[in-house]
Design a protein around this ligand. Structure first.
Ligand code: FMN
Length: 206
């Protein structure tokens, strides 16, 4: 493991990397965020995921610096239009949605009907891209949080962010530094989620 100044340690061992990934709340993700070269690495890793039919059924939008607040303006104004009773604090919170972390990368699903490749598989590929992005951030010593929140599902927000009508948000990945080592949360016991075909011991049905 290499030690880097105020960043979490860079993981060189793939399994410990995967075993220690944890989400950190966006408000706890501080600057400075990844450098331009690191963002390139994040996007390169995120874009080399399994992709049936090589359709590239996803793309990325990078929100950095003032652009985060510009996008936040759109989120806040749609929020305000929907909630005329909203307080100034609530509107300010919405304006800051994409500015809580120094870097936000939106993973956009471009899944659609295709002659051979089911849409479901294209959607899963966007999920894989988002997962790889989160893991790559962890590998670079940053913390991340994969969020959708309400604005990922509001068509007016998506239009304002430049998504085509058939595009959807797989996630807004918030990335930054976190000084506090994360506490893990309970993970599902393997006995509850794994069955061995041909054995009848465990009841895995819900
Ligand atoms: C598609 C997707 C969307 C998510 N959206 C949110 C969200 O809007 N708000 C939230 O608190 N967590 C959201 N999460 C969950 C967090 O990313 C995170 O997985 C969760 O807090 C558990 O922490 P962990 O990643 O450390 O296991 C989402 C996860 C996925 C896969």
């Amino acid at each position: 493991m290499q030690q880097q100044s105020s960043k979490r340690p860079v993981m060189t061992d793939a399994l410990s990397l995967l075993k220690t990934r944890r989400s950190i709340k966006p408000i706890a993700l501080s600057a400075p965020g990844p450098t331009a070269a690191e963002i390139d690495t994040l996007l390169t890793v995120a874009s080399r995921v399994p992709d049936h039919g090589k359709l590239t059924p996803w793309r990325f939008i990078v929100f950095e610096g003032d652009a985060r607040l510009k996008a936040g303006e759109a989120i806040a104004s749609i929020f305000e239009a929907e909630r005329p009773d909203a307080t100034a604090d609530q509107i300010a919170f919405e304006r800051n949605r994409l500015a809580r972390a120094p870097l936000v990368i939106a993973v956009v699903s471009r899944a659609g009907v295709h002659a051979k490749i089911p849409e479901w598989e294209q959607i899963m590929s966007a999920g894989a891209a988002t997962t790889s992005l989160v893991i790559a951030a962890h590998a670079l010593g940053y913390a991340a949080n994969w969020l959708t929140e309400w604005y990922a599902y509001d068509r007016r927000v998506l239009d304002a962010l430049g998504l085509a009508p058939e595009e959807r948000i797989a996630g807004f990945v918030h990335i930054g530094r976190s000084d506090k080592p994360p506490e893990d949360r309970p993970r599902p016991p393997l006995t509850e989620i794994v069955s061995r075909f041909g054995e009848t011991k465990a009841d895995n049905t819900r």
